[in-house]
Design a protein around this ligand. Structure first.
Ligand SMILES: C[S@@+](CC[C@H](N)C(=O)[O-])C[C@H]1O[C@@H](n2cnc3c(N)ncnc32)[C@H](O)[C@@H]1O
Length: 353
C-alpha cells in the first residue's frame, strides 16, 4: 500500500488554505466544461445511464474545485439522457459522488461546504489513488483534476548526496537527463498502478477524465513559466537560508513528489498499461494563459501547486516569506516569464477496454 505523505493540501478557509489558492485549477475546469460535455455525449454509452449513476473524483482536496468537476460531469450525463430519451433525468436517475483523497485530507471542510441544492448523494473515500479504494465496478465516470502529476514517492537516489542523481536544484534547472529518467520511471510505475486500480473499479465501458498540466513533447519544464517560477522558489528558499531564516540543509533536502510529463510520455504509459483506450487528448486553452503574468496572481497560482509541500517542510512562516521573494523575483524577471515556452493544459478522455 502507498504510505500517506506528510504534506497535504492546506485545509479550512484561512489565508494559506488550498481553497484560497486554487482559482487557477478552477479556471481550467471552467474552460474545459464544453470539452468534458462533448466527451461524455460522444463516449458514454446510454446503456450505462440507469437509475443509479456514480461519479468518483480522485484527489478532490478540501474543495471547492471538485464540486465544479463533478457538476460538469453530472450536467453532461443529464444532457445526454435528456437528448437521447426525451425524458427528464431528475425523474429517474439518482447520482452518487465519491470523493477520494488521502486520509489526512480535510474532508470535514469538504462535507461542510457541499453545494446547497446539489442533486447527488455524497461519500468520502479515503486512501491513496495508486491503490484500490473502491469495490469492483462501482462507478461510471471518474475524474482527476490536477492530481495526475503526482508520484507516490521521491525516486531512489534523488535524496542521496552520494548518488549521481542527487538533485540540488528542486527538479528544474538542475533536472538533468538522469534525474528526469528517475522521475519518469517512478511516474510510469505509479500511473500504471493507478490505471490498474481504476480499471477494476470502473464499470465496463466507463470513462476516466484527466485534467491537468503537463509539457509539450521536447519542452523542458525549466523552459516554461511554471518551471521558471519553481526556480524562483528554489532561489528564494536559498536566500532565506543565507539570511538565517531557515537552514541550507532543509533547502537541499526539499523535494516535491510531482512529475509534469510530456504528452508523448503520458500516451506511452497509458498504451503500455493497455487497460484503457485514449478517446481524446485535448489541449485546453486556459483563460489565464497557463500562468498569469501579474506577479501577485502568479504567486497565488503557484502556491496552490507547491504551498503545501513548502509549508510542511519549512513551516508556514518560511513559506510566506519565500513567496514574498518569489513575487519580487517575478517582477524583476518579467521578460523571462514573457518569453517562456508554453506548457500544456490537457483533458484526456479514457474509456475502459
Ligand atoms: C493540486 S490538488 C487538486 C485538487 C482538486 N482536484 C482541484 O482540481 O483543485 C491535488 C490533490 O491530489 C491529492 N493526492 C495526491 N496524491 C494522492 C494520492 N496518491 N491519493 C489520493 N489523493 C492524492 C492531494 O492530496 C491533493 O488534495
Amino acid at each position: 500500500m502507498t504510505t500517506t505523505p506528510e504534506w497535504i493540501m492546506i485545509g479550512g478557509d484561512g489565508p494559506e488554505s488550498y481553497s484560497q489558492h486554487s482559482s487557477y485549477q478552477r479556471a481550467l475546469l471552467e474552460a474545459a466544461k464544453d470539452k468534458m460535455t462533448e466527451a461524455i455525449l460522444t463516449n458514454l454509452s446510454l446503456d450505462l445511464i440507469s437509475n443509479r449513476f456514480s461519479v468518483a473524483d480522485f484527489g478532490c482536496a478540501r474543495g471547492p474545485n471538485t464540486f465544479v468537476a463533478v457538476q460538469n460531469i453530472i450536467d453532461a450525463v443529464e444532457e445526454k439522457y435528456r437528448r437521447e430519451t426525451g425524458q427528464n433525468p431528475a425523474d429517474s436517475i439518482e447520482f452518487q459522488v465519491l470523493f477520494n483523497d488521502y486520509t489526512l485530507n480535510d474532508f470535514n471542510t469538504l462535507f461542510k461546504t457541499l453545494p446547497p441544492g446539489r442533486r447527488y448523494y455524497s461519500a468520502g473515500v479515503p486512501g491513496s489513488f495508486f491503490d484500490r479504494v473502491l469495490p469492483k465496478e462501482s462507478f461510471h465516470i471518474g475524474v482527476m483534476s490536477h492530481a495526475f502529476h503526482f508520484t507516490s514517492k521521491i525516486p531512489k537516489g534523488i535524496m542521496d548526496r552520494d548518488s549521481p542523481l542527487y538533485n540540488k536544484d528542486m527538479q528544474c534547472t538542475g533536472f538533468n537527463q538522469a534525474v528526469k529518467k528517475a522521475y519518469l520511471d517512478q511516474y510510469s510505475i505509479d500511473i500504471k498502478k493507478l490505471l490498474d486500480a481504476r480499471a477494476e473499479e470502473l464499470v465496463p465501458g466507463g470513462l476516466m477524465l484527466l485534467l491537468g498540466s503537463g509539457l509539450r513533447d521536447g519542452v523542458k519544464k525549466s523552459e516554461t513559466r511554471n518551471g521558471i517560477v519553481v526556480d524562483f522558489i528554489g532561489e528564494s528558499l536559498s536566500d532565506l537560508a543565507k539570511q538565517g531564516v531557515t537552514e541550507q540543509e532543509k533547502v537541499d533536502t526539499f523535494r516535491t513528489s510531482n512529475y509534469f510529463a510530456e504528452q508523448g510520455e503520458i500516451r506511452q504509459i497509458i498504451e503500455e498499461n493497455g487497460k484503457f483506450t485514449i478517446e481524446a487528448f485535448e489541449d485546453i486553452i486556459h483563460p489565464k494563459n497557463e500562468f498569469p503574468l501579474d506577479p501577485k496572481i502568479l504567486v497565488i497560482s503557484v502556491k496552490a501547486f507547491y504551498g503545501a509541500f513548502i509549508a510542511v517542510h519549512f513551516g508556514t512562516k518560511v513559506m510566506r516569506k519565500a513567496f514574498e521573494l518569489v513575487e519580487i523575483k517575478a517582477r524583476e524577471h518579467i521578460s523571462r516569464l514573457e518569453n517562456a515556452k508554453p506548457g500544456m493544459q490537457y483533458l484526456i478522455v479514457l474509456r475502459k477496454n
